[in-house]
Each structure stands twice: as structure tokens, then as C-alpha cells.
Write a new protein. Structure first.
Length: 324
């Protein structure tokens, strides 16, 4: 599937109907993979780009002035930093934005990407795991936001700064789409008729932590990549593992539309993330993270980050062809 075909999928009649409807709720604390995870996605993607595409990305990020502290970084490091910016920008903007209607024009999508205004819902696309994926409303704007930013990134009529902003958002949102709890929720027993906001209202205790501390299930999954920083042995070891894993992927898995990625994540949440939870015998209403669950979650996380990196590279390579 080429870039034009991907855009056609994303701009379908169904998608435009969702944008116009504005039937979305705020999912609290939605951060997707932590900083390490987002950096790892960028590292995998960078390794897949051609040298010409790498130079084009480096120039986009070097010449822009809106995303801070990138000008003196090597291109790959600048891309890693840019991929974190949408979360940083969101924290600088208003706390909610849930009552703000979704953008209706590309100019509105661009403006909000630049300012962070009303972008909290861009980071998730929750569906109820008890219902079929395609037969229910979606809580969140991840699919629409990603579609818009891919289109902006590939728009040769825009300034390099505008395309750099779109690149940061595409890089971030591709990773978000691969985190299972950014695409799914389940009914919250403590709040009849309401969903658990991607596991944000579910309390877990990790038996491997000393002492075990309460975390939301959502945050626990966000933190699975760990906290290694670029340049450390741990980060380099893990990214080397991810690069090997990414190379083993079938190319047919890469050239697929983002809606497919979101459905993959939803299916993982429905079939593995939630069913694997075990009641904590000492804490009613909470769940205990055991080693077998952690091992499976770690493997899922590595697979999703490797896939996200390959898919991000495919999107970006297609979108910036006019720059090299």
C-alpha cells in the first residue's frame, strides 16, 4: 500500500463522520509509552529510513524553531526529542479540552498541533472490549489526529516548520496507536455503566516491586519500556534487540493503515491485557501483577514498539519524498 492509498483509507467517509460527530470523552492520564518507549520507536524508524530521508528529517528538525532544544542535536537524537514534544506540549496547554469540538479543517488541525490546544483526546481511541471493534462509538481522536498529521507531513505546500510539527505528532501518535490501553477500555465494576478509561481507574500492585506500590493499570503498561536513557548500556542493548526484532517482521505487516494498528492493539487488550489480570487477595478491588503477566506484557511491548518503528519509517519515507 502506497502513501496515497493510506491517506485514502484515513480520509474515508466513516472517518469524516467521526470527526464531525465529536462524540468523545476524556481519558485521564493517557500518556502511551513513556519517554523511553517513544525514543525506542524513533530509533527503530531511523534505522529503516534511507540516508536521503534521514538527511531530510534532520533538516526539517534543525531549521524549525517551534519545537525547543533541537537545533544542536544530531538528527536521530533530534527526532527522538521531537517524538516526546506532543506530551510536553499537552501539559503546557489547558487541562481538558474535552468540550472543544474536533477540528474541521486542516488549518485547525495544524494550529492545534502547534499550540497543544485541545489535544488530550488525540492520544487515544478507546473502544469497549465487550463490543465488536467496528460496531461502537470511539472515545478519543487518535485515528483522526494521526490521519490529519500524516496529510500535513506530506503536504509540499507547507513550510518546513509546519511539516516538522506534523513529523513530531506523527512520530508520537504512531507509537500511541500501538499501546493496547490507548485503544481499549472495559466496564468499570466500581462505576456501573462507565468504562475504565483505558485502565486508568484500575489499580494494580506489581509483586516484583519492593515494596509494591499502587499504580493504575494504564500507567503500568506505559512504564513497561523502562527508564533507560540514550547513551546508556541498557538503552543501547534494548534498542539493539528491538532492531533485530524489527528486521524479522514481514513487509506485509508494515504497509497497513493506522486503523489496522488500532484494531491490533484493541484485540491485544481484549484477549491478553485484561484477561491476564489476577485479583489481589490482600486488596479487594485491586489486581496483582505476577511474573508470568509481566513477562507476557514485556514481550507484547517489544513487539509493538518494533512494529511501530517499522510502520513509522514507512509513513515518513513516503511523506517526505519531495524533500530529497
Amino acid at each position: 500500500m502506497n502513501f496515497a492509498s493510506i491517506l485514502a483509507c484515513l480520509r474515508s467517509k466513516y472517518l469524516h463522520a467521526l470527526v464531525a460527530g465529536g462524540l468523545y470523552m476524556l481519558s485521564p492520564g493517557a500518556y502511551a509509552w513513556n519517554a523511553t518507549g517513544h525514543r525506542e520507536v524513533a530509533v527503530v524508524a531511523w534505522s529503516e529510513l534511507s540516508p536521503k530521508a534521514q538527511r531530510a528529517i534532520g533538516l526539517l528538525l534543525k531549521e524549525q524553531t517551534l519545537i525547543p532544544n533541537l537545533q544542536n542535536l544530531p538528527a536521530e537524537e533530534a527526532w527522538m526529542a521531537a517524538a516526546l514534544w506532543p506530551d510536553e506540549l499537552r501539559e503546557q496547554a489547558e487541562l481538558s479540552g474535552s468540550a472543544v469540538p474536533p477540528p474541521k479543517t486542516m488549518q485547525q488541525w495544524l494550529h492545534r498541533a502547534q499550540t497543544g490546544e485541545a489535544t488530550r483526546r488525540w492520544h487515544f481511541a478507546d473502544r469497549d472490549i465487550a463490543k465488536p471493534f467496528n460496531q461502537q462509538p470511539v472515545l478519543g481522536l487518535l485515528e483522526q489526529a494521526l490521519a490529519a498529521q500524516i496529510q500535513l507531513l506530506g503536504d509540499a505546500s507547507l513550510s518546513q516548520q509546519d511539516r516538522a510539527v506534523a513529523l513530531a505528532w506523527v512520530s508520537h501518535l504512531v507509537a500511541d496507536a500501538h499501546q493496547p490501553l490507548h485503544t481499549a477500555s472495559r466496564q468499570d465494576p466500581a462505576r456501573p455503566g462507565q468504562l475504565d478509561a483505558g485502565g486508568n481507574t484500575v489499580t494494580v500492585f506489581d509483586a516484583g516491586r519492593r515494596p509494591p506500590e499502587p499504580l493504575s493499570l494504564h500507567r503500568w503498561w506505559d512504564e513497561l519500556p523502562g527508564h533507560a536513557r540514550p547513551g546508556t548500556v541498557r538503552f543501547e542493548t534494548e534498542t539493539a534487540r528491538l532492531l533485530r526484532q524489527a528486521q524479522q517482521l514481514n513487509n506485509n505487516e508494515i504497509a497497513t493503515p493506522p486503523r489496522h494498528w488500532i484494531e491490533e492493539s484493541f484485540t491485544l487488550a481484549r484477549d491478553q491485557v485484561y484477561p491476564g489480570l489476577v485479583d489481589d487477595p490482600d486488596k479487594p478491588g485491586a489486581f496483582l501483577i505476577r511474573q508470568d503477566y509481566w513477562l507476557e506484557a514485556r514481550d507484547i511491548t517489544r513487539a509493538r514498539i518494533a512494529l511501530a518503528g517499522r510502520r513509522l519509517a514507512f509513513i515518513v519515507q513516503q511523506a517526505v519524498r519531495d524533500l530529497y
